[in-house]
Design a protein around this ligand. Structure first.
Ligand code: EPZ
Length: 432
């Protein structure tokens, strides 16, 4: 199994091009199941999760063509990436099998589209994962409100709506990104009006709603917590750009800050990550929008800043582990409170191997910053935990070996290359 070896302590300088957002691309891909016409996505990242979703869609009957794009052709300034055209003329299977769903929970996003188009779907129930139990009960309750009949049997969700889905008022008791996405897709082909209240407001939801509208859907309230969808009988093809990855942006922003370097993140947008940038500024990091991206620079003397994870526009849970790595190198104490997932401090024991001083009390962690971290062999447990270990390794004196890096390949494209181009001494080695 591959590992990543880092010789830390080098301030990063240079430019990093940010790719298309994994968490936007996955629901956009699921939209192919809503129409028999071609859907083209541009600025697509090249990631293991994208291949997993492609395999899932193919076995539902989608034909997928990919092509490389010239730099800058992605729609956002400086964006690179591929384009992907998906055509699902005929749905050949309404079943999302266990073997694919267990690899990636986002597979559950085929439920809404399959049910809406075919009147039936069978999707393996995603199990728990490293960061929490992560049920899908809110997706199912909301689909039931639209008239679906749902049975969970033999590990599968079996959803049927023989007469088609019917618009309804849905109030989510808790903000759910995936639940909002499944419902937006399903309600687009339902009869009549649906209102989703307490809907997620993440930028990835906006990207999905704009894509559906480009396909002929009628969604209003985009960007707010109340989305109104007027169902249409048919959707057509479209060509849509995937928004820049805000979590990749934030991870490299912290790479610049934690190494006390100076980096420009190209092809991304400041407004996607204001909560993180504002906390970085409070910590003493320079963060400024520049043409085509964001510049991040830091010197020694950063100070601890408390954060609490919250749905967008709050501080994202997907940046919590990386923030902890940065705070481990700041002066003074800081507190991180995790409110989204119940088990998202798996990186703490690994960060302490670098000499980080972190104490967890329930949903909060107290970090007492240190002048220097020292390199260590560590083990990645999930995607964002892995990136926090890479960040700590970049800052630490000496050698770090991050094992189990397959998690990283799910969400970070060409990570070693991007960091290496800014001066990081980082390489992938086999057999770790
Ligand atoms: C999305 O997951 C992201 N994944 C996650 O990113 C991200 O951490 C999360 O949103 C929160 O921002 C994708 O977009 C593919 P939720 P999702 O439904 O949709 C509870 C990464 O690293 N809940 O908003 O699964 C749930 O357990 C990943 O890229 C229910 O109780 O998250 C959690 O506590 C990790 N019942 C909270 O709501 C439900 O039916 C928010 O989950 C659904 C969710």
């Amino acid at each position: 199994m591959d590992a990543i070896r880092i010789l830390g302590g080098v301030p990063l300088t240079g430019e990093i091009v940010i790719g298309g957002a994994k968490n936007a691309a996955l629901p956009l891909m699921a939209c192919t199941l809503l129409t028999d016409k071609p859907l083209t996505l541009i600025n697509m990242p090249e990631l293991v999760d994208i291949s997993t979703m492609s395999n899932l869609l193919r076995q539902h009957g989608a034909r997928i063509d990919q092509s490389a794009l010239a730099p800058g052709a992605g729609g956002e300034a400086g964006a690179t990436g591929r384009s992907m055209t998906m055509t699902s003329e005929r749905i050949t299977s309404i079943t999302a099998p266990y073997d694919l769903v267990r690899r990636m929970r986002a597979s559950v996003l085929v439920l809404g589209p399959l049910l809406a188009r075919m009147g039936e779907a069978k999707v393996s129930l995603p199990g728990g994962c490293a960061i929490g139990t992560r049920p899908v009960d809110l997706h199912l309750k909301a689909l039931e409100a639209l008239g679906a009949k749902i049975d969970v049997k033999g590990g599968y969700i079996h959803a049927t709506a023989p007469g088609g889905l019917k618009g309804a008022n849905v109030v989510f008791p808790k903000v759910t990104v995936g639940g909002t996405e499944n419902l937006l897709m399903a309600a687009s082909l339902a009869k009549g009006d649906t209102v989703l209240e307490n809907a997620a407001r993440e930028p990835e939801i906006g990207n999905l709603a704009e894509c559906l509208n480009a396909m002929g859907a009628k969604i209003s309230g985009i960007g707010s917590g109340t989305l109104k969808i007027t169902g249409v009988p048919l959707l057509h093809g479209a060509r849509v750009a995937v928004i820049p990855d805000r979590i990749e942006t934030g991870t490299y922003a912290i790479a610049g800050a934690i190494t006390r370097g100076d980096v420009v993140l190209k092809g991304t947008r400041f407004d996607l990550l204001e909560s993180v940038f504002s906390a970085m500024r409070q910590a003493g990091v320079t963060v400024e929008p520049v043409e085509g991206g964001v510049r991040v620079a830091a010197e020694n003397g950063l100070v601890g800043v408390d954060v609490m994870t919250e749905p967008f526009p709050g501080f994202p849970t997907d940046m919590q582990a990386q923030w902890m790595a940065l705070m481990a190198t700041a002066n003074g104490a800081s507190m991180i409170t995790e409110t989204i997932f119940e088990n998202r401090f798996m990186h703490v024991p690994e960060l302490t191997r670098f000499g980080a001083d972190v104490n967890v009390h329930g949903a909060s962690a107290i970090i007492r910053g240190r002048k220097a971290l020292s390199g260590a062999p560590v083990m990645a447990t999930d995607l964002r935990a892995s990136s926090s270990l890479i960040l700590a390794g970049l800052a630490a004196e000496g050698e770090t070996l991050v094992n189990r890096i397959y998690h990283l390949d799910r969400g970070y494209e060409r990570l070693e290359e991007k960091l290496g181009a800014c001066g990081a001494r980082i390489e992938r080695i086999g057999g770790g």
